[in-house]
Ligand binder design. Sequence first.
Ligand code: AGP
Length: 614
Amino acid sequence: MCGIVGYTGTEAAKDILISGLKRLEYRGYDSAGVALERTSAHETVVDVIRRVGKVAGLESELANVDAEAACGIGHTRWATHGRPSTVNAHPHVSCDGRIAIVHNGIIENFAELRSELEGRGHTFASETDTEVFAHLIEEAYAREHDLLGALREACTHVVGAYGIAAVCADEPGVIAVARKDSPIIIGRGEHGSYVASDMIAVIDSTRDVVVLEDGQFARLTPEGISYTDAQGEPIEPPVTHVDWNIDMAEKAGYPDFMLKEICEQPRVVRDTLVGRMTGGELSIDELGLSLEELNLIDRVYVIACGTSYHAGLIAKNLIEMWARIPCEVEAASEFRYRDPIITPSTLVVAVSQSGETADTLAAIRDARIKGAKVFGITNVVGSPVARESDGVIYTKANKEIAVASTKSFIGQVVSLTLLALLLAQVKYRLTVGQVRMLFRELGDTAEQIQWIFETQKDAIHEAALACKDAHSALFVGRGMGAAIANEGALKLKEISYLHAEAYAAGEMKHGPIALIDPGFPVIAIATKSPVYDKTVSNLKECEARGAKIIVVATEGDEDIREIADHVIYIPRVRDAFCAITATVPLQLLAREVALMRGCDVDQPRNLAKSVTVE
Ligand code: AGP
């Protein structure tokens, strides 16, 4: 969504803020700004500098600003209310310009608050919801003359989600922070105190952080940090040590984060499986459910959004095939509004790379109110999804920077495969020996992905050339291939802006085939499986109408060349695991097409890495 960073200490705040904002830019990048305290003679003022576009533009604007400021806050924005513009960029200020704030989240009652504030004489400069916070704090500060107290008071009027940081010219060196639903981490470094919406912004300066909880507040000064609850009572939140290193989150020599993260997928498979088969027994202790409780599960809902939803489609095939219990996959934004049928023996699995997605979080809360056990699968330690689930598996993909999810998807699919195997085992649908065999084959997918990198580069490049100028594309498959087709279509459209749709191959003749004209790209998953022949028949129907056929096929399948214009091979693998291997060529294809079309593969237009609004 948006990125927040703040610093108060003995170093130049400007450099620290810009460095942090660059690390946060993947969260949202349509504008950026900073507020820097400047003390001259006998008074302090707050300078606000904002720019439309990426952080680099703001950095050049700051080149002429003196680096003396030792306290400041910064923000990189993904617009929700108000178009991307300088006047809508954060920080926003009070009428007198002495209070500045940055905010990540959404204020649902901002229109009502704005009307009341304007009625009391406040003037607004922007179209944003955020600006009401600056004026609410200004009013409370006039009464309390305490920035943190004023922020607490302002929060009592706000309905919505916020991670917010505020500075005030009358309290030099102080940053007041509050959190509800939008992530905030706070830490002490050698040279001062730090606040950010994501660990990556401050990891160079501190690894021991407090993940602020909803309703908690913090006061940062160069000397230290104090915390209170919503009533102003002092609290001592636990400190979390973060052990991943920043070079794992940097490009490490790759041209872009997306390629780096695609290439990290073999490691993600291995890391996600580490410790899962101890003493010959499959173990997912984080589930928080006993084997008896697991055995009672008679329905599974997988709730998620986007790519995580597609991981759920793959889980459905596996859970129903192996455990023989119904599994429904729902877009989180739909699940919560349709009053789903939930009983104490329903397991709800929430899948979210960021662990912050508002739709998924809201669905989790609804499911828990209805009495379901909720199990989270996420890539971010301590994220809201992790904290609000009864149990959680971390996908061990390490930080995923590119907005398009790739390695986190593979981590999700591997984790969901483990869950399906465990459910099948506790329900005696699979023997321990079968589970061990499948677990080994699951681990083999790491090498199979590596084989694709080493042998299919040219085939993928040729296929990308064949569809880069198209206006639309269809992704088709049957069974697991149909689920994979969804992810392939999303990858292509979200980073190359080439429209793409996914269809079950058998559905083509019920309408979509009307789209096919000479040269129309049809991208098929036609790996060796029980539905291979049927899929080939569907492709022949497309070929007969002049379609350009691109196929992900099983290594050694030469017959497919009779109908395919381009073939991308993957190693022979059990159908249950082909989602892990067959998705990789589609990720690479989407990236190649996007690059050919001059798109930014790491930061596609209009998108953000975590969508913390509904
Ligand atoms: C996937 O490439 C997209 N970035 C998007 O669909 C994403 O999967 C979706 O917003 C869900 O995000 P989450 O996994 O962090 O909940």
